[in-house]
Ligand binder design. Structure first.
Ligand SMILES: Nc1nc2c(c(=O)[nH]1)N[C@H]1C(S)=C(S)[C@@H](COP(=O)(O)O)O[C@H]1N2
Ligand SMILES: [Mo]
Length: 326
C-alpha cells in the first residue's frame, strides 16, 4: 500500500513484516538498480507537480535534472512548510521569523571566496557559481537536531565540483563555511545567541562525498532567502545545523575549525554531528523524529535512521567511536 502510493506506476513486491529500516534500504537499492528511465520519469513527474503548485510569486525558476540516484521516496514536505518553518538565527530564533524577516537579505551582487590551503584561491560570483556544474535536483531528508525532519527537493551540485576547481593542497584536511554577517540585512545578528558569523565545518573527505550538495535552489526555484539564499550546503546525513546557509567564504584548513554551535554548547553539539539515533542529546533522545506536515492528531513519530538513512557514508567513520566523536 505504502509503497504503491509512493512509487507511481511501479509495483514493488514487499511484505508487510519487513522492518521500516529494511524497507527503506530496499527502496533505495531499488532506486539505484532499476533501469533509470522509468524511475527518472517518475521523479521528474513529481518535480513538475511540485513546481506547478507554485512557490514564491515572481521567484526565478531554476531548471535542473532529477538525479535518480539521490531521490528519497518519502512524501515531500510542502513548499509552504519548508519555507515557513525555518532555523536561520540571523533572522530571529522563532521558526516563523526567517520567513518574515529575510526579505531584507540582498542576494545580488554576491561572491564566494575560496581560500586557505588551495592552489587556486578564487572569488566566484554567484552567477558563475551557478554555471560551474550542471544543476541537479535531489530529494533529501533533512533532520534537525531538535527532533523534526523534512523531505525537500533541493537544486545544486556536489560540493566536490567546486573543491576540484580550487585544487586543495596536500595539507588541506578540513573545510570551513563562513556565512554572511551583516546587521544591516540581518536583524537577528543583534542578538547574542550565537557567535557571528555563523560558521560550520566538515572534514575534507566529508565535504568531497558526492552527497554533500552545494545548494542554490529548491522546489524548482532559486532558494528563498529564509532557506539560505543564494547559496548554502546541505549535508543530509548530519543534523541540520551543519548545513550552513548564505555562505560567503569557504576556507581550506589544516586543523579542525571551530563551529558556531560547538562554541556555544560544546557538550551538546559536536563537530561531527552525524544523525545517530543511538547517541542522545544531553537533554533529549534522538531515537525518533516528527515529520513536519504530519503532525496531526494521529501522527506517529518516525524512527530516526543511522546517518539519517544515508548508510553509504559509514566508511567515512570506520573505526571511529561515534559516541566520542558525536
Ligand atoms: N547561517 C545559518 N545557517 C543555518 C542556520 C542558522 O541559524 N544560520 N540554522 C541551521 C539549522 S539548525 C537547520 S535545521 C537548517 C534549516 O534549514 P531549512 O530552514 O532550509 O530547513 O539550517 C541550518 N543552517
Ligand atoms: Mo536544526
Amino acid at each position: 500500500m505504502f509503497i504503491k502510493r509512493q512509487i507511481r506506476n511501479i509495483e514493488v513486491p514487499l511484505s508487510s513484516e519487513i522492518t521500516p529500516r529494511a524497507l527503506f534500504e530496499s527502496r533505495r537499492d531499488f532506486m539505484r538498480h532499476v533501469a533509470v528511465g522509468s524511475i527518472a520519469g517518475g521523479a521528474l513527474l513529481e518535480t513538475l507537480t511540485q513546481t506547478a503548485l507554485a512557490q514564491t510569486p515572481g521567484a526565478q525558476k531554476l531548471a535542473a535534472k532529477a538525479n535518480a540516484a539521490y531521490v528519497v521516496m518519502d512524501k515531500q514536505t510542502s513548499f509552504k512548510d519548508a519555507s515557513t518553518y525555518n532555523n536561520f538565527y540571523e533572522f530571529g530564533t522563532d521558526k516563523s521569523d526567517p520567513a518574515q524577516n529575510a526579505g531584507t537579505l540582498k542576494t545580488r551582487p554576491w561572491t564566494i571566496a575560496i581560500e586557505g590551503e588551495v592552489k587556486k584561491p578564487l572569488t566566484l560570483d554567484i552567477d558563475a557559481l551557478l554555471k560551474l556544474a550542471p544543476l541537479e535536483e535531489r530529494i533529501y531528508r533533512l533532520r534537525c537536531v531538535e527532533g523534526w525532519s523534512m523531505v525537500i527537493p533541493w537544486i545544486g551540485y556536489s560540493l566536490s565540483e567546486l573543491i576540484k576547481k580550487a585544487e586543495p593542497t596536500g595539507s588541506a584536511k578540513y573545510i570551513e563555511f563562513v556565512t554572511l554577517d551583516d546587521k544591516k540585512q540581518m536583524p537577528g545578528v543583534y542578538e547574542r545567541v550565537l557567535q557571528w558569523p555563523y560558521t560550520e565545518g566538515l572534514r575534507l573527505d566529508e565535504a568531497n562525498h558526492p552527497l554533500t550538495l552545494l545548494t542554490v535552489g529548491m522546489y524548482g526555484e532559486v532558494l528563498p532567502n529564509q532557506n539560505g539564499a543564494p547559496v548554502r550546503v546541505v549535508v543530509p546525513w548530519k543534523y541540520g545545523f551543519k548545513s550552513a546557509k548564505s555562505i560567503v567564504r569557504i576556507r581550506f584548513l589544516k586543523e579542525q575549525p571551530k563551529t558556531a554551535w560547538n562554541v556555544s554548547a560544546p557538550h551538546e553539539y559536536g563537530f561531527y554531528s552525524n544523525v545517530n539515533p543511538a547517541v542522545d542529546h544531553p537533554r533529549w533522545s534522538q531515537a525518533s523524529e516528527r515529520r513536519i506536515g504530519e503532525d496531526g492528531f494521529l501522527a506517529r513519530k518516525r524512527k530516526t535512521l543511522m546517518f539519517n538513512g544515508y548508510s553509504e557514508v559509514a566508511p567515512l567513520y570506520a573505526g571511529m567511536d561515534l559516541k566520542k566523536f558525536f
